[in-house]
Structures are given as C-alpha cells and as structure tokens.
Design a protein around this ligand. Structure first.
Ligand SMILES: Cc1cc2nc3c(=O)[nH]c(=O)nc-3n(C[C@H](O)[C@H](O)[C@H](O)COP(=O)(O)OP(=O)(O)OC[C@H]3O[C@@H](n4cnc5c(N)ncnc54)[C@H](O)[C@@H]3O)c2cc1C
Length: 491
C-alpha cells in the first residue's frame, strides 16, 4: 500500500462511494478507495440491485433522449410514461415513512434525483429503461405505472457496479481490495486527516485531506441485528453482501458521529426460503418473492396473517420480510391458483414450487393441517366478491369483505387448479439507522457540530428511511449524497 498522501480517501466501493470518488476526481482530487471485500466480491449491496433509481419524471421522452442517447427514438416514442412530480416523490416517501423522514435530506434527494442521472451519464454510465413487472404492453406501446421507476443502469446492479469500477480505473482512481478502514486519524483540533487501513499485511496509517464513508449498514452482522432490530432478526437471511457488518458505523460513532434515524428498522422482503447464505452474487436479487399480492399468504398453521393486497409491491415489499419473523418456524407460504401463477414476477422460476391439483394435496405437501388450510381458503373465497375488473398494475379495489385480515386489492378466489405454493422467509436488505450528515454530506457529532474532514453517503447515513421504503430510493439517495460528499471533500 502506498505511503503517499491523498486528497480524498473513500471507504467502501458501493454506489454511493464510487459516485463520491468520481465526483472528487472530477474536481481534480487525488482519490484512493479502500474496500474491505475481495475483488471478486466488490460492489457491496449495489451489485445485487436491479440498478433502478427512483426519480422525478417530467416529460419522460425528453429525459430518455438525454439519458439514453443510444436508444432508437422510435423505441422511446413507444413508451407511455406518466410524470412523477417532485410533490409525488416527496409525498410517497413521507407517507411510507409515516412522516418521519428528515425533510431536508428528502428534499435534496428529490430535487437532485434527475440531475444526478444526467451527471452520471456525463461521467460515462449507460442507462436502459426499467421494464417494470407492472408495465403493460398494448397496441405497440408500453404503458408504465407512474411511480418514478423508469431508469436503470444497463446491466442492473452488476452493470452499475462494473461500469463504476471501469470509470474509476479510466480516471486513475486506485482501489485497494481486501482492505478495511479500521479507524480514523484525527489531528489535535479534531479534524479527520486520514484513516487506519488494515489488510493481510498489517495496519497502515494513510493521510488525506478528506475522508468519505460509504460503508453501508449493519445488515450482515447478526449480533447488531439482534441488538438493534430485536427478536429473531439474528435469524434473518442476508440478501446482499456479507461485508456490511456495521464496523464503520461503530468506528464513526466512537469518534462522536451522531446516530440518527430508525435504528430498530430495516428493509426486509419475502425471499425464497431456500436462498443460500451467504447470498450468491450470481443470483443477484432473484431470490425475492414480491408477487404475494396476487394470491394468499399463510403461515405453517395454515392461517393468513397480513393484508396481501395493501398496495403495489414497490410500496409495501420492503416491510413484508419482518412478518415472517413473527410466524412459527419463521416461514410463510405464498399460494396461487392458475390465474395468479400466470402473473408472478419471473424470478419465481428460480425457486422450487409445489404444484398440485387440490387444496388437500397443497396442505399435505406443505405439511399444514389439511382441515385448517381448506377452511382458510374457503373463508377467503367466500369473502372475495370480485366485483370489479382485476387490474394487476394498480390498486383495483377488489377487496375481501368480512374476514380478518382483509385483502384490500386483487382479491380473487383461489379456485382454479393447478395450485402452486412457494416457501418464503425473511431476507434483510439493509438497515435504516445510521449517522447524521448535513446538506453538504458532512458528518455531524452528537452536539450537532460538523466533524471537519469527515463525509458520509449511502446507507451508512440515517434519517431518510423509517418503517418502510419506496423502491429505488436507496441508489438515488446514495448517488445524490455521494456526489455532494465527493465535491465537498475535494474542495
Ligand atoms: C438484493 C438487493 C436489491 C436491491 N435493489 C435496489 C434497487 O434496485 N434500487 C435501489 O435504489 N436500491 C436497491 N437496494 C438497496 C441498495 O443496495 C442500496 O440502496 C445501495 O446499493 C447501497 O449503496 P451503498 O453504497 O450505500 O452501500 P453498498 O453498495 O452496500 O456498499 C458498501 C461497501 O462498503 C464496504 N465496507 C463495509 N465496511 C467497510 C470498511 N470498514 N472499510 C472499507 N469498506 C467497507 C462493503 O464491503 C461494501 O462494498 C437493493 C439491495 C439489495 C441487497
């Protein structure tokens, strides 16, 4: 490892960190990136994502001409994409986080959500349209839901990550793998003036004028999960990198960084109960099971326990994983009849399904009490009146009547074989608690003062997510705050 002093050291190499490194480099800074994972595990959780960014959309086609110049105009013209205004993006986020999101951070993310795509395009990232499972093809056009999820980096999360490393390489930014930041260097005035880096050769002090932390949350640390998230969270499966173990959060807090946000909350979804641990990079995010709203979900007692049709999946999926942890054996079975099966997200094909022709066989195959499962499905079918047209791409108002829990939308009878069932469990994505930053991505201490020289971005930062999460916001927030961190650290 070099002894040279750098202008900016970036800890971590996920989306937020890479964007910050590129932004610092653009300002002329000499940048070093230190990544704890080995090279074949580089990219953090970012690698596992679909690479989709939630953004304000205003005149989608104009935006696409600019951000996807490689796409034929005729193809762009076949896209029918409703606007998604600043107020909608801000409002959806506030609604999902029960009004608790830091308004200043949210306002910044919303405001810069489109300019960050343009800037990333200028940097060399290549985009493609996100083919939402909710998009509908009709008469040669593709109709998108108006949810701000239109742009993803080509190749998804793996593409975002690989393109980021290629761009850093081209711009001469050095990355040391297998090297974790194990402490921060401070001068006599308290300013951060470098890091202690640790790898198999030992420990080294590397000086810099600014340090940016982009080290993710603590989702891959079972002890911290049990401590902060509570009962059974140590037993959840990890969907992404095993290297986000919260060590940098602890180091930053030991240096006085202020913990903020929902430390007892996290993003967790239904995933295949047989998903491997640690998660396999080749599987990316394909273990997720987010189409439960088109069927019913029961526990191993054969009982329903949630409103499967509360809202579109991108607005509820992130809070569903936790329900598994409250069920016997921590498992949930998603059950569909042939109507539901036909509209499941493609990812379901990567897992094992139980497919049978009667509810009795279904119960036997799942080892659930037969009478209880038959009763659950009979009660559900009697309460599902199917009074409105079924529309899978938006809330269709087909609600059950007279049962608890209610199924608020997409309530169709489970009555046409074959019946299929998928076993699911809780897959944790990332944690919501983090350290506090200001609008300049500077880290604040517990007294509310800036820690000079220290910046943070991405999921190590708290205050934006509480209780729930609007899909695609993590990458946008990471890039927006990363760009600010990089520019300011370089300055
Ligand atoms: C399966 C899955 C799918 C997802 N899909 C989406 C999506 O489509 N859209 C979206 O917006 N969000 C998505 N997310 C959430 C998303 O991962 C994040 O919003 C984003 O990628 C986080 O970026 P980050 O840079 O903060 O952290 P990460 O990408 O996780 O990077 C953190 C890095 O820091 C490194 N590190 C940790 N500690 C240290 C240390 N002490 N020293 C040095 N390095 C360290 C880690 O090894 C890691 O590489 C998804 C997450 C998962 C797991």
């Amino acid at each position: 490892m070099s002894e040279i002093e750098y202008d900016v050291i970036v800890a971590g190499a996920g989306n937020a960190a890479v964007v910050s490194a590129l932004a610092a480099c653009e300002q002329g800074a000499k940048v070093l990136v230190l990544e704890k994972a080995p090279q074949h595990w580089r990219g953090g959780n970012t690698y596992f994502t679909t690479g989709v960014f939630r953004t304000v959309i205003k005149n989608a086609q104009e935006m696409m001409y600019k951000i996807m110049p490689q796409m034929p105009r005729s193809q762009i013209e076949s896209f029918v994409v409703p606007d998604y205004t600043k107020d909608q993006m801000y409002g959806d986020h506030m609604q999902l986080t029960e009004g608790m999101a830091d308004p200043e951070q949210l306002e910044l993310v919303v405001k810069e959500s489109t300019s960050i795509l343009e800037w990333m395009t200028e940097q060399g990232f290549v985009w493609e349209p996100r083919m939402s499972p909710l998009a509908i093809k009709k008469d040669g056009n593709i109709f998108f839901p108006g949810n701000g999820l239109l742009f993803q980096v080509r190749g998804g999360g793996a593409g975002l990550s690989d393109q980021g490393f290629d761009l850093m390489d081209k711009k001469g930014i050095k990355v040391y793998y297998n090297t974790k930041v194990s402490d921060l260097l401070r001068d006599s005035k308290g300013s951060v003036v470098g890091v202690v880096a640790q790898n198999k050769d030992g420990v080294q002090r590397i000086k810099s004028k600014g340090v940016i932390l982009g080290c993710g949350g603590f989702e891959a640390n079972p002890a911290m999960r049990a401590q902060y998230l509570g009962k059974n969270w140590d037993l959840a499966k990890v969907r992404g990198t095993p290297y986000n173990t919260g060590d940098m959060l602890n180091i930053a807090m030991n240096h006085g960084a202020n913990p903020v946000g929902h430390w007892g909350g996290c993003h967790a979804v239904f995933i295949d109960a047989e998903a491997p641990q640690p998660a396999e990079r080749e599987m990316l995010d394909r273990t997720r099971r987010v189409s439960g709203s088109f069927g019913i979900i029961v526990n191993s007692n054969g009982e329903r326990f949630i409103d499967e049709g509360e809202d579109r999946f991108d607005l509820v999926y992130a809070k569903c994983g936790q329900y598994c942890l409250q069920q016997p054996h921590l498992v949930a079975y998603q059950i569909f009849d042939s109507k539901g099966r036909d509209i499941l997200e493609d990812y379901y094909q990567t897992g094992r399904a139980l497919e049978v022709n009667s509810v009795q066989e279904l119960a036997e195959g799942l080892e659930i009490d037969v009478d209880r499962l038959i009763r659950t499905i009979d009660e559900f079918n009697a309460a599902a009146h199917e009074s409105k047209e079924f529309v899978h791409s938006r809330k269709d108002g087909n609600s059950t009547i007279g049962i608890s829990p209610v199924k608020s939308n997409w309530a169709r009878k489970i009555n046409i074989p074959p019946y299929v069932a998928y076993a699911t469990c809780c897959g944790i994505t990332f944690t919501y608690g983090g350290i506090q930053v200001n609008r300049e991505s500077q880290v604040l201490n517990t007294e509310g003062e800036v820690i000079p020289g220290l910046y943070a971005c991405g999921e190590i930062v708290g205050g934006l997510f509480y209780h729930n999460y609007p899909g695609g916001t993590g990458l946008t927030r990471g890039a927006v705050m990363g760009r600010i961190a990089g520019r300011n650290a370089a300055a």
